[in-house]
Design a protein around this ligand. Structure first.
Ligand SMILES: Nc1nc2c(ncn2[C@@H]2O[C@H](COP(=O)(O)OP(=O)(O)O)[C@@H](O)[C@H]2O)c(=O)[nH]1
Ligand SMILES: [Mg+2]
Length: 339
């Protein structure tokens, strides 16, 4: 009988469910946000004002450093302290078939019955340039429904860690001893986004030495500093001081309470910075993504579709440069709106 529920009504139902602790509703909301379906907008409009209380922690580093193991150890320690925690695992491969994630799943089964733990994987694929906004929207949802901490695990092998750093209040860069030259190469880029540097696998020989090297590197470069990133085309993140270098053994939990204390200290150091650089960067990523979506929608709407296509064809044929084309398209939309 009756009409199918409107998008707004369905969004309201899911939002109310998620806020009331219904984990399936929460999962469906996150799917809507990740896929940017029509449900996402009304849901985020309701949820966004309720967010802003959680501590969003990004955990990045090379594959195999022990990020997932550390996340698991952090969950255990946080739960012992009575704090609720959500995890967003950004996996570059498919979220369903990713081998590493399967291992994570098994590991996380321990929390299957704990309502104060929520684990979600998200595919990084297909989000070029949009990872920060998608992650930002997902963490806003988890924040709004009341998790104390939201951990975002992401493989630090390229641009993704910079994007995820934009979505976090505190970014932890994880390293492991004896990871060779490959790590050297990754390090410089990764260290730039670090608020805390953690050498995991403290049980292995070389952990102390790796930590000492990292401290030396951070001293030599003066540590990440405000405005240091040369390619910064978005708001810079705060760099109140050189990142601490800690050692953990995620496999046994050693050093994990100290890591939590360091996370709390970092959080305290940025507290009150409601519109501080990290949050501005996150806001910027989300808003620009929506501005882009809105522009695209308008340019592909009935009235403009044909001219948009023609302009794009002109660029494809090299009769028009992309900048001139962008100006033309913008002028059409702005003209369209002000009419
Ligand atoms: N010896 C040792 N191994 C660890 C430690 N933490 C993680 N590992 C192992 O390192 C491997 C990669 O861990 P994983 O958490 O999947 O790394 P990720 O790719 O960074 O998420 C696994 O075999 C873990 O068991 C640790 O503290 N000590
Ligand atoms: Mg992992």
């Amino acid at each position: 009988m009756g009409e199918p529920a409107s998008v707004d009504a369905r969004a309201d139902a899911l939002t109310a469910g998620a806020l009331g602790g219904d984990r399936r509703a929460l999962a469906r909301l996150l799917t809507a946000v990740e896929n940017r379906t029509a449900l996402a907008e009304p849901a985020l409009r309701t949820l966004y004002p309720k967010a802003g209380r959680a501590h969003i922690v990004g955990i990045t580093g090379p594959p195999g450093a022990g990020k997932s193991t550390l996340v698991s150890a952090l969950i255990g320690e946080l739960r012992t302290a009575g704090r609720s925690v959500a995890v967003v695992a950004v996996d570059p491969s498919s979220p369903i078939t990713g081998g590493a994630l399967l291992g994570d799943r098994v590991r996380m089964q321990a929390y299957a019955d704990d309502d104060d733990v929520f684990i979600r994987s998200m595919a990084a694929r297909g989000h070029a340039g949009g990872l920060a906004s998608t992650t930002g929207a997902a963490t806003a949802v988890l924040d709004a429904v009341g998790f104390d901490l939201v951990l975002v695990e992401t493989v630090g092998t390229g641009q993704s860690e910079v994007e995820v750093a934009a979505a976090a209040d505190t970014t932890v860069v994880l390293e492991a001893p004896e990871m060779g030259d490959e790590v050297q190469a990754i390090k410089a880029g990764l260290l730039e986004v670090a608020d805390l540097v953690v050498v995991n696998k403290g049980d292995k020989p070389g952990a102390q030495r790796t930590a000492a090297q990292l401290r030396a590197m951070l001293v030599a470069t003066g540590g990440p500093a405000v405005g240091r990133r040369a390619d910064a085309d978005s708001v810079d993140r705060p760099r109140p001081k050189r990142p601490e270098v800690l050692i953990t053994t995620a496999a046994t939990g050693e050093g994990v309470p100290e890591l939590i204390a360091a996370l709390d200290r970092h959080r305290a150091s940025i507290a009150g910075m409601d519109a501080g650089p990290a949050r501005l960067a996150r806001a910027e990523a989300q808003v620009w993504a929506i501005v882009g979506d809105r522009l695209r929608d308008q340019l592909h709407a009935e009235a403009l579709r044909a001219t948009t296509k023609r302009t794009l064809s002109e660029v494809a044929a090299h009769r028009l440069d992309p900048y001139a084309a962008a100006d033309e398209l913008l002028a059409r939309v702005v003209g369209d709106r002000s009419a």
